[in-house]
Design a binder for this molecule. Structure first.
Ligand code: SAM
Length: 459
């Protein structure tokens, strides 16, 4: 991911982000930070970039021309998402970070003095973001905050991607208390449960602590968390049909845009995906009005919504699927023994053999530690993975290695890893792919009664 920071103080931004995890991510080229000096673009003499505000008032204002020309130079006419850091913006949250992490390039404009001429903001800015209800002298620190929070969501930046899944705000809960050695410090002992080695008990204790802390310190967040829990509970009455929405909420990916007893609209900002279910056509039409503009994918299991979305958003059906899930979450036997997490060196193999995803998407899935490979005598012969929104898929085994149970082993291995993380495995099998459906059934997955459609914007 590339950040272009338009600033009067490029060195401040670059030096602040040179160390530790973000510095290493830049060295590994997982992210790139391009700090552009707005002053280089002024047409005024002596590098002047500010002037008095019309109508009077305290302080100086950054002028439109140098900001606009710097922005033009960076974007080169491309429509890049452009953020102005301002105390007047939308408050920056973990959700905003997740949304921005979906961009390949992001422009960040830092103001100084009393701010920037409004006219250039109207011409260039797509998002106004504030990092809190206080006033800084310039936007540089705010841009650094945004870059830090967004970068750690870029696959591969954190050494263990699962850690972003347990941290504060991940699922509208604050993180539980943590302890390290020694076991006793100033007569304070680490809670017994953490020394028990019982992972289920530890997970349950941590969840309780997180809930208690959030309820006490951030009742606003706790209410959001409880709204999700109530919706999960309601959707669980038809678990096989709703598992995609349940898991999206459970894994902290989906946000509730609308929910009542009979209608649901969820939005996964990382995937720009809406999941929608409505009581009738009229309600469906109302829900469509709430869909964010940047949505590119839609999932629904109702044919009238399928039609409404296709006409309303000029979409087409990408896939018609049967939804399968594994609610019992018991560990499955894995017969083929050499199955491992795939690394960047395996990307070419997967790209050559899997034709339903762009190479960039496959590389991102591997970076996100979401793909496993089956090796035969040390050579990669097949793979499986999980998609960005959560469903399992991408199963492939070379012809020469079929009929040896390798496909079933890959599926079982993936299912076991998902269960270990406390999630329910599920998949969308394209209608007509009877071989895959019977494999899922053999492994113990249950199929939903109806079909589910994946829709996407026409190219
Ligand atoms: N006069 C402006 C106002 O009242 O909204 C404040 C200008 S401030 C002194 C200078 C610059 O710092 C702003 O243009 C903005 O880029 C940045 N800034 C200040 N506070 C910020 C905050 N809370 N979040 C994001 N950026 C901020």
């Amino acid at each position: 991911m590339k950040f272009h920071v338009l600033t009067l103080f490029p060195e401040m931004v670059l030096s602040g982000l040179r160390s530790s995890i973000i510095g290493r991510a830049a060295e590994k080229k997982l992210i790139a930070i391009d700090a552009v000096n707005i002053r280089d673009y002024t047409k005024e003499r002596h590098g002047k970039v500010d002037d008095y505000p019309y109508g009077g008032g305290a302080g100086m204002l950054m002028q439109a021309q140098p900001v606009y020309d710097a922005w033009q130079a960076v974007t080169g006419g491309r429509k890049l998402r452009t953020v102005y850091l301002t105390p007047q913006g939308e408050p920056f949250t973990q959700k905003t970070a997740a949304r921005l992490a979906g961009e390949e390039e992001l422009v960040l404009i830092c103001g100084h003095y009393e701010g920037i001429d409004e006219r250039v903001l109207e011409e260039t800015v797509t998002d106004f973001i504030s990092i809190g209800d206080y006033v800084l002298t310039g936007g540089e620190l705010a841009a650094m905050v945004v870059i830090d929070a967004v970068s750690r969501l870029v696959p591969g930046v954190l050494s263990n991607d699962a850690s972003a899944e347990t941290e504060s705000f991940y699922n509208d809960l604050l993180e539980y208390p943590q302890y390290s050695r020694p076991e006793v410090w100033r007569e304070k002992k680490v809670p017994d449960v953490l020394l028990s080695g019982d992972h289920r008990k530890i997970a349950a204790w941590r969840l309780e602590q997180s809930k208690e802390r959030t309820r006490r310190i951030r009742p606003d967040l706790y209410e959001k968390y409880m709204d999700k829990e109530r919706l999960i509970c309601r959707l669980s009455k038809a678990k096989r049909e709703n598992i995609h929405m349940i898991e999206s909420l459970h894994r902290g990916k989906g946000e509730i845009l609308y929910a009542d007893e009979e209608n649901v609209l969820l939005y996964d900002p990382g995937c720009r995906l809406c999941m929608i279910s409505a009581k009738n056509r009229e309600m469906g039409q109302k829900l469509l009005l709430l869909i964010p503009k940047d949505t590119v994918l839609f999932v629904t299991s109702q044919s009238f919504l399928n039609e409404l979305i296709c006409s309303g958003f000029s979409c087409e059906v990408y896939h018609e699927c049967v939804q399968v899930c594994y609610p019992q979450r018991q560990s499955l036997p894995v017969r083929h023994k050499d199955i491992r997490l795939l690394g960047p060196e395996d990307a070419e193999y997967v790209i050559t053999h899997y034709h339903m995803g762009e190479p960039e998407y496959i590389r991102e899935r591997i970076q996100s530690r979401a793909m496993y490979g089956a090796f035969v005598e040390g050579e990669l012969k097949g793979f499986v993975g999980s998609h960005d929104e959560g469903s399992m898929g991408m199963l492939f085994v070379e012809d020469s290695c079929r009929e040896r149970g390798i496909g079933a082993s890959l599926e079982a291995y993936n299912i076991n890893r998902i269960c270990e993380r406390g999630f329910t495995p599920y998949a969308h099998i394209i209608v007509g792919n009877d071989v895959s459906l019977s494999l899922q059934r053999k492994l113990g997955l249950y199929a939903s009664s109806g079909t589910i459609w994946w829709l996407g914007k026409k190219e």
